[in-house]
Design a protein around this ligand. Sequence first.
Ligand code: NAP
Ligand code: MG
Length: 502
Amino acid sequence: MSVENTNDLLALLGPAATAFVNKEHKLFIDGEWVSAVKGETLDVINPANGEVFARVPAGESIDIDRAVKAARRAFEQGAWAEMSPSARGKLLWRLGDLVEKNADELAQIEALDNGKPVNDARWGDVAFSHELLHYMAGWSTKINGETISLVSGAPFHAYTLRTPVGVCGQIVPWNFSLMMAVWKVAPALAAGCTIVLKPAEQTPLTALRLAELVEEAGFPAGVFNVVTGNGETAGAALAEHTDVDKIAFTGSTEVGRKILAAAGTNLKKVSLELGGKSPMIVYADADIDKAVSAIASGIFYNMGQTCTAGTRLYLHNDVADKVLEGLVSHARALKMGPGLDQETQIGPLVSAEQKQRVCDYIASGLAEGATLLTGGGSWGTSGYFVEPTILDNTHNDMRVVQEEIFGPVLCVIRFSEAEEENVVIQANNSIYGLAASIFTQDISRAHRVAKRLKAGTIGINTHHVIDPALPFGGFKQSGWGREMGWEAIELYTELRSVGVAL
Ligand code: NAP
Ligand code: MG
């Protein structure tokens, strides 16, 4: 199949996804589908061939303001404000069911829009999304305060009330568009908040399809609003808005800093899930076959466009050649192609800009003295493909080892027995601290090192560790706060302390 022909590619979409993609896309504000006030649109591009296949409204600050007003009304009064926790939980469960029922369609839309392999979208992004909605539905009825014994012994009955934080702005990236939206939407709805969601300009479609499902599930108007548009306009307006109580952001550390500054307008609550440069450490006693497959998925899953991607591989000299031999043959066997092709394992990167950025990093690594073991640059005659790439003989001072590449590029750093204690210090030598992994059969070492690694998620003999019940977030410049688990409910609630004079 030629990836140069849009018609061939679009033929791989099922009828439901085709009908959705071809419709005239609108903003979802206050339960209605509306155009952007200024009437501007953004092109949506197929990363497998660079062609425009849809347009969405380019919302701006005036559209954000309408959405925030709707979210404020829905938060303060009416059906949502008065709804019982049980009814809220049932709506959320129903939304989970609808995501599950429409999973194939959502996966196809995501694969077309983002470029990722459709099976990864189906069994990764979409499956995780409905699991998380179902999981968070359960928390709706379990959000409690406490009774507090007062130190003074004064004749008071004192307790805390845990209540929703209010109107939430949520800004999400393009790498797992639906899933990143659901990570934020599900706990916010479970807590009783209302939402204005701004998806990434590169991948706006699944957020709009999610809004249709929110409508179908029966959420009251204004509870969930979606404004598509640019980060610098719509995103910035949402982060600055003085009637937004909380802003939740996932994306680059650079934009995270801008969100933080913008949130200063009214000192809204902020949670940030930012970049990463996650280390993977392989000791001499590791189970090599298992390590190779975990490392390969650690770096190449989603073409490396994963905030937890294992990008720095610290390899004990005794096993280095064997591990690298396994990784090189694994990388070369991965089937590249358009995401919608069922056989594809490595799709294109999301955009021409991202492809250029990743190719520039590979060139910089080679210029600084790295050895190319496999891959090395772009692939195919159209689309934004980059080959799975392994750079050997890198070291901590190189840009490729310090900066987030967000592409399928693994940097290898070998260490000797004598350097073994020092390797954890090297692994921690990063401005980031999102994830890390250790490969060893020594149970004591595994736990000892897990405690020393400065990262929010640690894998032992595995890399990507992720579950709706596990708190997820970063140390250092990888972010603020923890999403998922009970901790996500904490992000979307405020405590009131109440004292009753007896
Ligand atoms: P980004 O600019 O951080 O985008 C993330 C989200 O923030 C998008 O919705 C974006 O809108 C919005 N945004 C951009 N500027 C904004 C602003 N001034 N105020 C409010 N919102 C704003 O990420 P990117 O440009 O797509 O990717 C750049 C790099 O960020 C990647 O190469 C990667 O290193 C990193 N990244 C990390 C993650 C992660 O999960 N940690 C995810 C994506 C990217 P637009 O889409 O319109 O820009
Ligand atoms: Mg951007």
